[in-house]
Design a protein around this ligand. Structure first.
Ligand code: GLN
Ligand code: ZN
Length: 755
């Protein structure tokens, strides 16, 4: 029998406390350093992670959590699921080609990892994919740690989650599903498990987060047969299956019925998980690793409550381990690196290192009794009682809200008033907001931050840029203009820095994908807007032209989705506070003469809970907050919104309920599919389906966009259609966007003739 798991974490950040891996990768990609330097940085990071996790007192240290880019990509390469187009390159070259592409070679698709802001690379599989062990990464890292005297628990995506997150490669036959490849993949897993066992590995962790979402009976049967088969192997480590980001639901019973030794469960994200566990009698023969410390947020854990939850499980399981709810990949490394945080806010926070210590404390309390950790428990009592900063004025406004604050008159009436005022043609052309961020713009922002240039020079630089962007749009012939967003580093951070109730960190970097990191703001207290945020910039841009300029704001759902949010009150309340601040901004923009205000909600789809039974509740508060932000304007002021990330199927009704006058959507790559979905529900407002895929440097010609528009006009009347790119242009360069936007305007003109 292998040792108990005890205290552990399901995974750890890997970019480096000072983003060492980011720097090493970028220097390698630029050709300034070679593979040896990159490997050396990686080895140093792995070593310091293992050593610090062991020194913190964890009983079981996770292994194979390091990745040069992404763990799904690692797994695809491990099992040789490498599409044809990358073959013939060396292992390193094909790895980075899949991640980033090369001239003439497109990368794998990048998409969001469940409802987090981490992105993974989507493996492409075809009926011809033959899995085999092509690298020895998990073994090699196990040996490397063993060489330091640390025996680790290799972590890998489970076979089902791997297949469910993969997609059929282009050109696969119609009926092909990635799940068809399960048998072959299990052969490869079986071989790997055999090698790990031979190496002396005691436990392996297989992550199956795909099963905290609703799954079909067939998928659950596949789960059962996969783990029945893997657990029947003679030579293998003990298997810990991890399900996180929600409760396992039916999958819990399925897994409990297989021969796997352990289950790691998330007891943070869904309060029903505990009941589900205690009701499952077959867990009496299993190790259960209780995810009691939130791996996705930055607050200190209520340790006493966590110990109580753990104690409630003791009688229902063979052995109880303690862990984080998911990998700590989603939080920054170390609170101690922060210097500038408000001391009260700071006391309430825990980053990865502090969370590891919390796990260790909970495990000690269970083993040695609460008295052994009395000091830690008392401290946690004190800091978790600290509430977020209260703003009575904000609270009074929230409690005075009435349904009419979230309601506008019917769309027909608004549309008439707006037509009268804006006098726009059918198939009006516009962009989503940002224009390319030139080196000069970045330099000016950095200069202001570093104190190298003063406010006046900065303002002059931004105004010059806005004027250039406005003139360019006029020259191209766009109907509705934007100011181009040169003053914004990031659409959430920009507003968070200007609202009370949010804090910024100095080193709180979290990996978003590859070498890209974000520093999510921390929403810790009641939110209010000390002064107008965008009004001066937008008014300036509008003063330059007779054409309407859109005011440009980030919506409440997206502000929450891309921040760490407080958990001491319902999300709905927090969202309403953000919405009220935005409502004031919208009102100020309207008063300043802006005729159109766009409130972006790119994260609307992303925050959707994995299980249907929680989706309505989310959609309700998300919509309520958006409407609170936008419903304060007169009929003649036009509200736009923008959503991205193609798969809108689950949120079609929500798009309707937002009640924006114009909704621009990502659609170029999905052939206007979303329009048909909208038409099917009788969507009555205006839509701007993206006709130009801005995610690629490719410049589309006007013929291509005209065809897309013809497809759109076949579904919705031209007076309710807008013509725009898929998303903001800030990641592109002028030589790409200028011809593309000219072609877009040409396509719109041609389509107007035809319709
Ligand atoms: N207005 C934003 C921009 O154009 C929207 C960004 C987004 O959709 N993520 O950059
Ligand atoms: Zn977008």
């Amino acid at each position: 029998m292998n040792p108990d798991i005890g205290a552990t974490v399901l995974g750890y950040p890997r970019i480096g406390p000072r983003r060492e891996l980011k720097k090493a990768l970028e220097s390698y990609w630029a050709g300034s350093t070679g593979v040896a330097e990159l490997e050396a940085t990686a080895a140093a990071l792995r070593r310091s992670t293992w050593e610090s996790l062991r020194a913190s007192g964890l009983d079981s240290v996770p292994g194979n959590t390091f990745s040069f880019y992404d763990h799904l990509l690692d797994t695809a390469q491990l099992f040789d699921a490498v599409p044809e187009r990358y073959r013939g390159l060396s292992t390193v070259d094909s790895y980075f080609a899949m991640a980033r592409g090369r001239p003439g070679l497109s990368p794998l698709e990048l998409t969001k990892w469940f409802d987090t802001n981490y992105h993974y690379l989507v493996p492409e599989l075809s009926p011809g994919t033959r899995f085999r062990l092509a690298t020895d990464k998990p073994l090699a890292e196990y040996r490397e740690a063993a060489g330091l005297g640390i025996s680790t628990r290799p972590v890998l995506p489970g076979p089902l989650t791997f297949l469910l997150l993969a997609k059929p490669s282009p050109g696969s036959p119609a009926g092909f599903r990635t799940l068809d490849l399960l048998d072959g993949l299990l052969d490869a897993y079986a071989e790997l498990l055999g090698l790990l066992a031979a190496e002396g590995v005691a436990w392996v962790q297989l992550d199956e987060p795909a099963f905290v979402a609703d799954r079909t009976p067939e998928e659950l049967r596949a789960l059962a047969s996969a783990y029945t088969r893997l657990s029947a192997l003679r030579a293998r480590p003990s298997i810990l299956v991890a399900g996180y980001f929600g409760r396992l639901g039916d999958a819990l019973g399925v897994l409990a019925g297989t021969g796997v030794e352990g289950l790691a469960v998330d007891l943070v994200s869904d309060e029903r998980a505990l009941t589900e566990l205690t009701a499952e009698r077959r867990l009496r023969d299993k190790t259960v690793v209780a995810g009691l410390v939130d791996g996705r947020n930055v607050w200190r854990t209520d340790l006493r409550a966590a110990v109580r939850t753990a104690a409630a499980l003791l009688g229902s399981v063979r052995d109880l381990g303690v862990s984080t709810s998911c990998s700590l990949l989603h939080v920054p490394y170390d609170l101690d690196a922060e210097r500038g945080l408000d001391p009260v806010v700071r006391q309430r926070l825990a980053f990865a290192e502090q969370k590891v210590a919390e796990v260790v404390t909970i495990a000690r309390a269970l083993r040695e009794g609460a008295d052994a950790v009395a000091g830690e428990l008392a401290h946690a009592d004190e800091v978790t009682r600290l509430a977020g900063r209260r703003d009575d004025q904000v609270r009074a406004r929230i409690s005075a809200l009435r349904p009419e604050h979230r309601r506008r008159p019917g769309f027909g009436r608004r549309a008439a008033a707006q037509r009268e005022r804006l006098r726009l043609p059918d198939l009006a052309t516009t962009t989503i907001g940002s224009f390319p961020q030139t080196p000069e713009v970045r330099a000016a922002r950095a200069g202001l931050r570093a104190g190298r240039i003063d406010e006046a020079r900065y303002t002059a630089a931004m105004r010059a840029e806005m004027e250039r962007v406005v003139r360019l749009q006029e020259d191209i012939g766009l109907d509705v203009l934007v100011h181009g967003e040169p003053e914004r580093n990031d659409m959430v951070q920009y507003f968070a820095e200007r609202l009370d109730g949010f804090a910024a960190t100095e080193h709180g970097w979290v990996q978003s994908y590859g070498s890209r990191c974000v520093r999510p703001p921390i929403l810790h207290g009641d939110v209010s807007r000390p002064r107008p945020i965008t009004v001066e910039w937008s008014t300036y841009a509008q003063s330059l032209t007779d054409r309407p300029v859109k005011g440009m704001l980030t919506g409440p759902v997206t502000m929450l989705a891309w921040s760490f949010v407080r958990t001491d009150q319902p999300l709905a309340e927090t969202a309403d506070q953000v919405a009220l601040a935005l409502r004031d901004e919208v009102a100020d923009l309207e008063r300043a003469g802006l005729r159109i205000v766009q409130v972006d909600e790119p994260a609307l789809r992303e925050l959707l809970p994995p299980r249907q039974d929680r989706q309505q509740e989310y959609v309700d508060w998300g919509i309520a907050a958006f409407r609170l932000a936008t419903a304060g304007v007169s009929d003649a002021t036009q509200i736009h919104t923008h959503l991205c990330y193609s798969e809108f199927g689950d949120v079609i009704m929500a798009i309707d309920a937002l009640d924006a006058d114009v909704t621009s959507l990502e659609a170029a790559r999905s052939n206007m599919e979303v329009l048909r979905d909208l038409a099917a529900i009788g969507f009555g407002r205006a839509v701007g389906p993206g006709v130009y895929d801005i995610h690629s440097p490719r410049v589309p010609d006007s013929e291509e966009m005209r065809k897309a528009l013809a497809a759109a006009v076949a579904v919705l009347p031209a007076e309710r259609l807008w013509v725009n790119p898929d998303c903001g242009l800030k990641t592109r360069r002028y030589p790409e966007i200028e011809p593309a936007l000219r072609a877009l305007v040409e396509a719109a003109h041609a389509a107007r003739q035809e319709s």
